[in-house]
Write a protein that binds this ligand. Structure first.
Ligand code: TXA
Ligand code: MG
Length: 319
């Protein structure tokens, strides 16, 4: 694997070419780092599953450069989905839509639906644009972690997760620490009433405002299968204890105003909910790097981003 620090337009062009040649390129987004691949190349896409150790048949999000590319991958896009895209793209939102012929089974997991997202990180956007300029149509990218593990939010975390699994012609692009820190909000727009399949930093309330109607966040009403919905996911090796008793030598993570219990090892003190989300995954990683057996986490209360954080934490804590 080749690591590219301080990405310039030239190095991003090189990465776009590597994608076109069938190699994998891990790249930064504003949510978490993605492991990118040419979404129309079935051989390369199959390597994603090997490198991640992910069971096949899980669908991948296709990353595109703008709303104008939506029609390539999706058909019968409802007006409310276009409104959402106009409001929140580029940004941390994935729309699930009826697929076009371009979205093959190896991308959609055999479903008639495709997930699309326009990320806002400048390196990600430039990579997608450069890839489209040389004839690419979209970059499929799951989070750049091994299956079930914690998503990477820094270059070091990507290398730690996938370094030994990538080949020497695959690339990893640096883009600093991911700004949001947790994965995109996924909204199923394939039905009359939208459903939030995975909460993220774009909240249910923000979605409802654009729709002008109540969106259902009860995912059990959706027929869509999505791996982020597995009960256990985003898990470090350390056992994650939520709002429970902290023992001496446990790692500890909570908002800054909460005191560290006696003997516990403080791993972070975010002052805001945004900072909590941004630091969450690196804190879970830190617990493993320190070889801690347990990490005790006090969950944030409230709506919006706090809902997404509690969703990830409940999965990190499930065994
Ligand atoms: O923020 C994100 O969304 C990051 C960055 C890299 O864009 N990507 C990400 O990808 O989290 P991944 O593969 O780790 O999680 C994507 C989720 C999976 O649970 C997958 O099942 C679901 O999106 N998904 C993708 N395409 C889908 C489809 N056609 N139908 C249903 N679910 C889909
Ligand atoms: Mg993932």
């Amino acid at each position: 694997m080749e690591i590219i620090l301080n990405c310039t337009q030239d190095s991003i062009k090189k990465a776009a070419k590597a994608l076109k040649d069938g190699y994998l390129v891990a790249f930064p987004t504003e949510t978490v780092y993605g492991l990118g691949v040419d979404a129309s190349n079935s051989t390369s896409v199959s390597r994603i599953y090997e490198v991640k150790g992910r069971p096949t048949g899980h669908p991948l999000i296709v990353h595109i450069s703008s709303i104008s590319q939506m029609d390539k991958w999706a058909v019968d896009v409802p007006k409310h989905a276009i409104n959402l895209a106009k409001n929140f793209w580029p940004g941390p939102m994935t729309l699930i839509l009826k697929r076009s012929q371009l979205a093959k089974d190896f991308i959609t997991g055999g479903q008639n639906l495709v997930g699309l997202r326009v990320p806002s990180h400048p390196t990600a956007l430039m990579l997608i644009k450069e890839f489209e300029d040389i004839g690419g149509t979209g970059i499929a990218a799951p989070s750049a972690n091994r299956f079930g593990a914690v998503s990477p939010t820094t270059l070091d975390a990507v290398v730690e997760e996938l370094g030994t699994y990538l080949s020497n012609k695959d690339l990893v692009l640096d883009g600093g620490a991911a700004e949001v820190g947790i994965e995109s909000t996924i909204i199923d727009c394939s039905d009359v009433i939208p459903k939030i399949l995975r909460p993220g930093s774009i909240s249910k309330e923000q979605v409802e405002e654009v729709y002008g109607l109540q969106s259902i966040d009860n995912i059990s009403s959706s027929k869509v299968k999505t791996s982020g919905l597995l009960i256990s996911h985003y898990s470090p090796v350390a056992e994650v204890i939520l709002d429970g008793k902290t023992s001496p030598a446990d790692g500890f993570f909570a908002m800054a105003e909460i005191q560290t219990p006696r003997g516990a090892i403080r791993l972070g003190s975010p002052a805001t909910i945004e900072e909590y989300a941004k630091n969450l995954y690196s804190v879970l990683r830190l617990a493993d790097q320190k070889g801690l057996k347990r990490i005790s986490v006090i969950q944030p209360s409230g709506d919006g981003l706090a809902i997404a954080i509690r969703d990830r934490l409940s999965k990190a804590a499930a065994r």
